[in-house]
Design a protein. Sequence first.
Length: 63
Amino acid sequence: MINSEQSIPCPVCNNKIPFNTHQLLLGVQFICSQCSAAIGLAVESKPLVANAMEKLEQVKRRG
């Protein structure tokens, strides 16, 4: 399920595009409901984002 609190502005029309981080890391693209532009994560960015998400989870667990 997509968490509507996680969103990114559409690069074309600035509409909010909701996304799920885990699906984004799996290569899923998300489509703008207003203009149909697609956003996704570049292959070379996946390790960087995955590492950042793991560090965030570690901080949350310490919390």
